[in-house]
Write a protein that binds this ligand. Structure first.
Ligand code: ADP
Ligand code: MG
Ligand code: MG
Length: 210
């Protein structure tokens, strides 16, 4: 049972790495509009390090997530990597190393992870960052689970909400991060960190419950 939860974590990281690899150049292109163009590369570097760190049969789900988060923050080389690292570490701390966590525990873990990202980055919803996908994701996940949906179903619905929310960041002007000085240029292009978050949430959702 504890081993199965860790396997789900490793499967999610693998699926996330696959989608980021496919979308690497697109993520770089949208980061180049007002940022420095390294978002695809940084996400892929961080995710590969995260996968390697989680690939240890002795780890439970929480340990695998914490190891993955530490490696991601360490190796991605960008602000998004530090934030993803903190997100995974917080989720890992909340879900722990036991059997597959209850849906309500996952809801709590994601919500607390979003709070940590907001605190660490000093950003809020509307600032045109990954939080503009992460927070709607956390809210939709909580709502679906409260309505009685099974975790995989709730997660997949929340990932679609995150995807729409990421696309909607096109209209926003960045208020934090590297894209801020060229904020006006970024209007019309979605936030790279929000787009990659939605892609990762979708990819992870395909792994849950299979
Ligand atoms: P860098 O800006 O260091 O090159 P990346 O290109 O990997 O890092 O990631 C850029 C993304 O990180 C942005 O699109 C945004 O979503 C996210 N981001 C950057 N700074 C912050 C912040 N302070 N709070 C939340 N998200 C942020
Ligand atoms: Mg960048
Ligand atoms: Mg950079």
């Amino acid at each position: 049972p504890a081993r199965r939860a860790a396997e789900v974590v490793r499967g999610c990281l693998a699926a996330m790495a696959d989608v980021v690899e496919r979308e690497e150049s697109y993520l770089g292109d949208i980061d180049a509009v007002a940022g420095d163009g390294d978002h695809g590369r940084g996400m892929l570097r961080g995710l590969r390090a995260a996968r390697a760190a989680a690939d240890d049969a002795a780890l439970g789900a929480g340990g695998a997530l914490r190891a993955a988060g530490a490696a991601w923050a360490d190796r991605s080389g960008g602000s998004s990597g530090v934030l993803w690292g903190a997100l995974l570490r917080e989720i890992g701390a909340v879900v722990g190393d036991g059997d597959l966590p209850a849906a309500a525990t996952v809801v709590d873990a994601v919500r607390r992870g979003a709070e940590v990202v907001a605190r660490l980055g000093g950003a809020a919803v509307g600032d045109k960052t990954m939080l503009d996908a992460l927070v709607p994701f956390a809210d939709a996940l909580a709502q679906r689970v409260a309505d009685g949906a099974e975790l995989p179903v709730a997660w997949r619905a929340a990932a679609e909400i995150a995807h729409a929310a990421a696309e909607a960041t096109s209209e926003l002007r960045p208020r934090v991060g590297r894209a801020r000085p060229l904020a006006q240029r970024s209007v019309g292009t979605p936030d790279p960190g929000a787009v990659s978050f939605a892609l990762c949430a979708r990819a992870a959702g395909e792994v849950l419950g299979v």
